[in-house]
Design a binder for this molecule. Structure first.
Ligand code: ASN
Length: 478
């Protein structure tokens, strides 16, 4: 028996047959029996139980917040005061957060229970969780396969019923891709919708906090709680936040464009293609307008993404120098060797690769050829995407070209790994919201996800339509 939404939990609590303490005990037991999945780097056992008792008392008194009964795991890139934080990296070994991320603070203020810190790719760089310095998290469906990444531990935790929801971050698909591989819901809102204060920076013009849940309803509720202006992050939108969870009805025919180029790309697995085609057919049968659209930038989006994100990362990660945070090499003889050795020993291979690539594209001789050019292409991608979204309510495409691949399969070939992001990075380049919904399984039982994108700040219609899509097709429920 598993709970698939906060509503189901609250109903049971209301009936008197469940308390928050019992709920947390149940998740702790699951975490314990499924330790091999390596989803959590740390479990806040005592603290979660204490908080559960507090929430039980508040529920009795009628003073509990919106998220009472919601047990959440947070990706190891979100600051939580007094708790270790290390982006799954050795360079932050021994570091403790001095403050709490705004998003996490808002969850706590609504009585969410934070149960632990989740495994991910180092500094959120990766698509398989294999770049974690704590080893990969494992896909629960098949332990020889990756859960996706970078929010791999967060997706597995929801897949394996170790918590009800997870908070991850999405720079180029890090919430949606693992959600697809694990058969759960993953949503990344509009860039600037949620404060990034307290989120470890990877590529600041792309990074967004996102949610991984079993139901669209829970995604809506979490987004509504975390979103909105924040004095600690000047890039956050001042737009008021709609009550997403109260407006989940979508009762008109939608105009849907499916990106034809994404269906014709050679790397697309035939079972994934057939599953997404099945969704399109169903939508059409339901009276929605479904039309193919041209998007000729597909070949450019992965290079553009990796030039710009590595450039931003090379700058953001400059702060880890052994002076201020976490790890410092013991093998240094002078200041310069301290910087060098700290960074060489503290960062893993993929992070070093990206710092070097980013430094290269920003170097004086190559700046215009790569960085400036990539900024221009980003603009074109954004303009084309916005244009399509002025004609269509939603754009639909697969979340990923394949289902979860084998551990080790892509580690020797970074380009193959980067190409897994081909369908997800468009939303980050354009700054628009996108969601991955579970739509079934391949012959081996591996989950498949479909992705929907909508215009900036269109979260309300995206969530409402997603709910309809999930409810309407019985096989779509997680
Ligand atoms: N961080 C992300 O959103 C995932 C992407 N695969 C990356 O490595 O950049």
């Amino acid at each position: 028996m598993r709970y698939t939404s906060l509503d189901a939990i609250r109903e049971e609590i209301g009936r008197g047959s469940l308390s928050c303490r019992q709920l947390v005990e149940r998740y702790l037991e699951n975490i314990n029996t499924k330790r091999h999945l390596n989803a959590f780097l740390e479990v806040f056992e005592e603290e979660a139980l204490r908080k559960a008792e507090e929430v039980d008392a508040k529920l009795q008194a009628g003073t509990a917040g919106k998220l009472a009964g919601m047990v959440i795991g947070i990706k190891d890139v979100l600051a939580y005061e007094g708790h270790a934080l290390q982006a799954s990296s050795q360079i932050l070994n021994g570091f403790t957060s001095l403050y709490t991320a705004t998003a996490v603070q808002r969850l706590l203020a609504e009585d969410a229970i934070i149960i632990g810190r989740q495994n991910c790719d180092e500094f959120a760089m990766g698509g398989s969780n294999e770049n974690s310095s704590f080893g990969p998290a494992l896909n629960e469906v098949d332990n020889t396969r990756v859960p996706g990444g970078s929010s791999g531990g967060s997706a597995v935790a929801v897949q394996a019923d170790l918590c009800l929801a997870s908070i991850g971050s999405d720079t180029g698909g890090s919430v949606r891709q693992p959600a697809a591989y694990c058969g759960v819901v993953g949503m990344k809102p509009t860039y600037s919708r949620i404060s990034r204060y307290g989120l470890i920076a990877y590529a600041s013009s792309f990074d967004q906090i996102g949610v991984i849940t079993q139901s669209v309803e829970d995604a809506a509720l979490l987004l509504e709680v975390m979103a909105g202006p924040d004095e600690f992050d000047a890039t956050v939108s001042q737009r008021p936040v709609p009550a997403y969870s109260q407006n989940l009805t979508f009762d008109r025919p939608a105009r849907i464009g499916f990106i034809r180029d994404s269906f014709e790309s050679p790397g697309l697995n035939s079972e994934v293609k057939a599953a997404v085609q099945g969704v399109l057919d169903q939508l059409q049968a339901d009276g929605h307008t479904v039309e193919p659209v041209e998007f000729h930038f597909l070949d450019y989006i992965v290079p553009t993404y990796y030039i710009l994100t590595t450039a931003e990362a090379s700058s953001n990660l400059g702060r880890y120098d052994g002076v201020k945070y976490g790890f410092r090499s013991q093998n240094a003889t002078d200041l310069a060797s301290m910087y060098k050795k700290t960074r060489s020993e503290g960062f893993g291979k993929e992070v070093q690769r990206r710092i070097i690539l980013g430094t290269f594209v920003l170097s004086a001789d190559y700046y215009d050829a790569y960085y400036t050019k990539a900024q221009q292409v980003r603009r074109l991608i954004k303009e084309k995407t916005d244009e399509l979204l002025s004609q269509y309510d939603f754009l639909i495409l697969p979340t990923t070209p394949t289902t979860a691949f084998k551990i080790g399969e892509n580690t020797k070939d970074p380009l193959a790994m980067y190409l897994e992001d081909i369908y997800t990075v468009q939303a980050n380049l354009a700054g628009i919201p996108a969601i991955s919904l579970p739509i079934g399984k391949d012959a081996a039982g591996l989950p498949i996800g479909v992705q929907l994108m909508t215009k900036a700040f269109g979260e309300e219609q995206l969530l409402a339509f997603s709910k309809q899509l999930m409810n309407h097709q019985p096989h779509l429920t997680a």
